[in-house]
Design a protein. Structure first.
Length: 201
């Protein structure tokens, strides 16, 4: 059992996740649907300069907190300003160690610290637009698990490069977020080799 696998199935790039979803704030079944809806946004056809790439998402659900899973915790806490020296919960947060095994992953497993936080931040899950925003945040955080890096500056939240399209930025942009073309090319390259990205870009 592995937290994440990338491989090719025919011409498709497959992102296969093993998830443990610790609901925390809400009902387990509803929270599972929410996470799966957010992950479903990763799947699709992406046009790149090297031709179209089809991405598929496959998910196995674990029944307990595991070393071999991406452990997700859903909370509902008032957002705070997150600073480098005080990594408190802002809206949501991904821990990059979810992508690999190692001492950091082992330490978090022993302390029962999740790999990904999803903060509902008091949103009404019955409101379809608010639910869509949370699904976009889930897509964003699992983009980090896949190796994608934010393209905004930590202090100002401005884009690092002005030529980056607003819809391409790896940050919360309502429910219209998408992944950048060069990330998808890199994802395909890793899947061709049957390995996960080692470094975030």
């Amino acid at each position: 059992m592995k937290p994440l696998e990338l491989y090719k199935d025919g011409e498709k790039v497959v992102c296969a996740f093993t998830l443990y979803i610790d609901p925390g704030a809400e009902e387990p079944d509803e929270m599972r649907r929410l996470i799966l809806d957010g992950l479903g946004r990763i799947a699709g056809r992406y046009d790149t300069g090297q031709g179209p790439v089809e991405v598929e998402v496959r998910v196995d659900i674990s029944d307990k907190f595991r070393f071999g899973a991406v452990n997700v915790r859903i909370i509902d806490e008032t957002p705070v300003i997150r600073k480098r020296y005080s990594p408190r919960i802002n809206v949501s947060r991904a821990y990059y160690g979810a992508r690999r095994r190692g001492l950091l992953k082992l330490g978090r497993f022993i302390l029962r610290k999740p790999d990904v936080y999803i903060n509902l931040s008091g949103r009404d899950m019955q409101d379809q637009r608010q639910r869509g925003v949370i699904c976009s945040v889930i897509q964003h955080e699992f983009g980090h698990v896949l190796g994608f890096k934010d393209k905004y500056r930590m202090k100002s939240f401005r884009k690092k490069n002005e030529d980056v399209d607003d819809r391409d930025i790896m940050y919360r942009v309502g429910d219209a977020q998408k992944f950048m073309e060069y990330h998808i090319r890199r994802l395909k390259s890793c899947a061709d080799k049957g390995r996960i990205p080692f470094r975030n870009v």
